[in-house]
Design a protein around this ligand. Structure first.
Ligand code: ADP
Ligand code: MG
Length: 346
């Protein structure tokens, strides 16, 4: 039986995982390379160290029964070292695929699931020879999040003007004419054993998630297609835990898979208040080998992300019974940083 869960990463996702574990009487140890990680205030134990610090890796690994993570960009080597001693779930091989936008999209297409058209780009010449993908978005192949490392290219003039640091590798994606964005969160417990939340409608501002809501205003066809595809992805990856699949819907109601997050996801924060079991509790249940309980929606809900200085006024507000304010307790307010969220149930 799992008594102590190790979590790599100490941001809000690690914090919310810790809170969910606590409810299940499972202790958590968070390992983070940020000495001020907010997770420190939510976990039972906190270990600060670089992710390649062998001593800290050992300390962390020895103190836990099973290991999971809150973000996908952990050095693969670190996960492999931990895996020699303790189970790591989801499996580190999955991260390797998903960490890189090119291998991720190749994998999705191999599953016969549609993505936008894309190409790997290593230099200016390759970029210029792919004008057919303009308007498009140039993204670093690895380590991007919340729109970081992304350049929107609207026309060829903009492409010529761009000064890109080609010491990094890029992917150029054709821009989808967005009608809507949705995500599907699934928790897989084992072969053909899933709990799935209904699709969540997401609205981004400056490539950062701003609002999420259920129900999503989408057709039944898109609902079933997106759920089916998320299930196929989870099964193909032999995934254990909570996974999020992000999608684009274009003006003609075509569905494109945008990206896979091998972890709990910001769009699923509303499940804490809308469902009997949240995405976080489900993740803990799956990776700790606890019972799978059927998820039930209790309420419709919407969530708003509180970004940067927005948090200040929300800290002073009074809330109604149907409003749930979460403060991630981050030490410093920074522009574009996710500081907290507010979920309203309906
Ligand atoms: P991140 O890893 O930062 O979440 P995404 O690839 O999900 O990166 O991009 C963030 C947001 O930028 C998307 O949710 C969407 O709003 C917009 N975006 C990214 N790629 C495309 C695309 N190919 N077509 C249209 N919009 C896009
Ligand atoms: Mg995204």
């Amino acid at each position: 039986m799992v008594k102590v869960l190790g979590i790599i990463g100490g941001g809000q996702l690690g914090s919310l995982l810790s809170s969910a574990a606590k409810k299940l009487n499972i202790k958590t140890v968070i390992f983070s390379d940020d000495p001020d990680a907010p997770g420190k205030q939510f976990a039972d134990e906190f270990i600060f160290g670089n992710y390649d610090d062998q001593e800290k890796i050992d300390l962390f690994t020895n103190g836990v029964d099973v290991v999971t993570f809150e973000f996908e960009n952990i050095p693969h080597k670190t996960l492999k070292i931990i895996e020699t001693k303790k189970k790591v779930l989801p499996k580190p091989g999955i991260n390797k695929i998903v960490q890189n936008r090119l291998t991720e999209k190749d994998f999705v297409n191999k599953c016969n699931i549609r993505t936008t058209t894309y190409v790997g780009v290593k230099n200016q010449k390759e970029l210029r020879s792919n004008v057919n993908l303009i308007p498009g978005i140039l993204k670093t192949s690895t380590l991007g999040y919340d729109g970081k490392g992304q350049y929107k290219i609207n026309d060829i003039k903009e492409l010529e003007k761009l000064n890109i640091d080609f010491s990094k590798k890029y992917i150029l994606e054709k821009a989808v004419k967005l009608k809507k964005e949705i995500s599907v969160i699934v928790t897989r417990f084992g072969h053909q054993k899933y709990e799935i939340y209904e699709p969540i409608e997401n609205y981004h501002e400056d490539q950062i998630l701003k609002n999420s809501k259920i129900p999503a205003d989408i057709s039944e066809k898109i609902t079933s297609q997106s759920i089916d595809q998320a299930t196929i992805i989870a099964e193909e990856l032999d995934y254990i835990g909570t996974l999020c699949v992000e999608y684009f819907i274009d003006k003609n109601d075509n569905l494109y898979l945008n990206e896979i997050a091998p972890r709990v996801h910001n769009s699923g924060h509303l499940t804490i208040n809308s469902h009997n079991i949240s995405q976080f509790e489900n993740h803990v249940r799956a990776v700790c080998g606890l019972e799978k309980i059927k998820v039930k929606k209790l309420f419709n809900a919407s969530m708003i992300n509180l970004i940067g200085h927005e948090i200040s006024s929300y800290r002073k507000k009074n809330y109604n019974d149907n409003e749930f304010f979460f403060d991630y307790l981050k030490k410093e307010i920074k522009e574009k940083r996710k500081m907290g969220h507010l979920t309203t149930i309906k």
